[in-house]
Design a protein around this ligand. Structure first.
Ligand code: GLV
Ligand code: MN
Ligand code: MN
Length: 432
């Protein structure tokens, strides 16, 4: 049963038990649920013949040597191909965003447990991709790629717990976070399977694609400050209503993003003082911006700032902004992408593995689709230390960050075949 698509889906179901909420899935960084999920996933990794370890940032790793389990323990210095994704979630999450890539990677390791490979094989369950708890995404993979920033230690969660305190409570030593960093010379590449989180594969009627680039997001807190006053005693001409100004800004942001062909989302809004009979004096909004290129995204941000200043002048409020996250877009590695495309072609009949710009050997067949990912992934951080490739799996209605996330068993079956074949294609290249 281990190593089959049904096993993968059952394990994704099992992981919904490790949640902070009874009625919904929510598993955030350094929480008791994070610890419990690491424990159960480590047991599955061991079933697949991997030695396991939790690193200094709470990421879970499984590893086998090139020659496979009979030669264990793995030779420490042997470079590894890493498969995986993340085990943390957004609030009220679906069960596949992140988890599918970790569990599927374990199933691939299980399938290949008796196969001699020219590199070590590792599976990782990153501890924080979403940034749900501390507002900073990719903490787990930033630690694993040696990009931890000491400025993050004082960031707090909704209860005022600092990242430093959360480390200690989880049993980690903040002073040792650098030990989680992987060195480029120890890695062959990072290969992640993930649900598409968009509707393109469904519209193409195809189960799988490789990823060309991962868009870099920029995130901001926008603050509009007006004046809190009596809701009855203040005529409209005297009002400096922060929420009305913010509402104008939100609709303007959408118009500007549509015109720029980018994505912009105001996902959270807090109003103060927040009473039914008081004009809002302050509104705080979050903004998430993504574009096909960093230049498109950055040009949109400039227009949003100009719009915010104009609305502030018109409505006699102030407009301020703070950047909370910025990631450059990541181009997937051509060698890993070619291996993923060849894996897809082997698993899905009638597709030609050739990437755009390379000679095709199947003139009559359709090319394996290559998609850009507007969603962020751990590969964005891992690209600092190794080449990154991604395999996208169709998800129903493109829905994600929602409990209705769904993948079909048959699509997971071909994803499992494609990922296994991609590993073998890389092994074949490496052995030459
Ligand atoms: C990660 O899920 C993101 O927000 O792109
Ligand atoms: Mn996500
Ligand atoms: Mn994800």
């Amino acid at each position: 049963m281990t190593g089959t698509a049904a096993w993968v889906l059952d394990r994704c179901d099992d992981l919904t038990r490790y949640s902070a909420r009874e009625d919904a899935l929510e598993r955030v960084y350094l929480s008791p649920e994070h610890s419990a999920a690491n424990t159960v996933v480590a047991a599955w990794m061991r079933e697949a013949g991997l030695d396991t370890e939790t690193d200094a940032a709470g990421n879970l790793w499984g590893r086998r040597a090139a020659a496979g389990p009979p030669q264990r323990p793995a030779t420490p210095g042997e470079p590894a191909l890493v498969l995986g994704s993340h085990l943390d979630t957004v609030p009220d999450a679906g069960r596949y965003d992140g988890m599918l890539g970790v569990v599927l990677a374990i199933a691939v390791a299980h399938r290949l447990r008796h196969t001699v490979l020219p590199f070590a094989l590792e599976v990782v369950g990153f501890s924080d991709e979403e940034g749900t708890r501390f507002g900073k995404a990719l903490l787990g993979s930033c630690a694993a790629s040696g990009q931890w920033d000491a400025a993050w230690w004082d960031q707090t969660d909704a209860d005022g717990v600092t990242l430093r305190e959360a480390f200690t409570r989880f049993g980690l030593d903040p002073g040792r976070v650098g030990d989680a960093a992987r060195r480029p010379q120890d890695l062959v590449g990072y290969l992640e399977t993930h649900i598409e989180q968009g509707p393109v594969l469904e519209s193409l009627d195809l189960p799988l694609a490789y990823v060309t680039t991962i868009a870099g997001a920029r995130r901001f807190v926008l603050t509009v400050t007006g004046e809190a006053r009596h809701a009855g005693g203040t005529p409209f001409a005297r009002r400096r209503d922060a929420l009305v100004a913010a509402a104008h800004l939100v609709t303007r942001i959408e118009e500007l993003a549509v015109a720029a062909g980018c994505l912009a989302t105001v996902g959270d809004l807090h109003v103060q003082p927040g009473a039914v009979n008081v004009i809002p004096g302050r509104a705080e909004l979050t903004l998430d911006l993504r574009g096909r290129t960093d230049a498109d995204r950055d040009a949109l941000w400039e227009r949003i700032v100009a719009a915010g200043q104009e609305i502030a002048r018109e409505r006699r409020v102030t407009f301020e902004h703070t950047e909370t996250h910025r990631a450059p877009s990541t181009t997937c590695d051509s060698r890993l992408s070619a291996a993923v495309a060849s894996g897809i072609a082997a698993a899905v009949p009638g597709l030609d593995p050739a990437l755009p710009g390379t000679p095709s050997d199947g003139a009559a067949s359709a090319r394996v689709p290559g998609l850009w990912s507007p969603a962020g992934h751990d590969g964005m951080a891992m690209a600092a230390v190794t080449g990154v490739g991604m395999l996208f799996v169709r998800c129903r209605d493109g829905i994600s960050h929602h409990p209705d996330e769904h993948v079909e068993l048959a699509d997971v079956e071909v994803a499992l075949d494609a990922c296994t074949q991609a590993v073998l294609a890389l092994a074949h290249q490496e052995a030459r």
